[in-house]
Design a protein. Sequence first.
Length: 221
Amino acid sequence: MPRKVVMVWSGGKDSTLALYHLLQDPAFHVVSLLTTVTQDYQRVSMHGVRYDLLQAQAHAIGIPLHTVWIPRQASNAIYESAVGQALENLAQQGVRTAAFGDLFLEDIRAYRERMLAQVGWQGVFPLWGRNTARVAQEFLALGFRAILVCVDTQALPADFAGRQFDQSLLADLPPGVDPCGENGEFHTFVYQGPLFRHPVAFTLGQRVLRDRWAYCDLLPS
């Protein structure tokens, strides 16, 4: 019998590609997408994507969305408590495995595995250790489409926010910037691809600079 798994979901390209591979693996059954949303702003934490678009994305994929609500500027303790409660709720459905789209950051993986172990869960990392340039190319070759919604201006110019994640963007990345943004250089929103029953409709909104982060607002349409 396939192992039930929840996909820890940002709505970005790495979690999307990890989900794609999970769904090809008969050893797993993905029961839900788990996303942390900042309650004060009704947006995906860190990425800044509106909750309405997150819901539309999950609906287009056809997998239920499980939302973890946290206040703005939540401490690690508050975040971990909220996620832990969500995992306890999911465990009542027989789920004890969480999947992540992480690629190579050892400290992040270790942190996730410690959190999971505290509640008797295990983690799976479908993309772990893969060459990030090849991951980016696979994502595009499969027909996925994504847009940059958040950019670290210490790594990239602010006008990268709002650009399509495509071959042109990859060619324009400065030296030292990871092709998948694994070091936090940028975050994406996936709106089309082989997992989607239909594209997620949106229009480009305002670009906003907050501290070192440039966000491109996406408006549901």
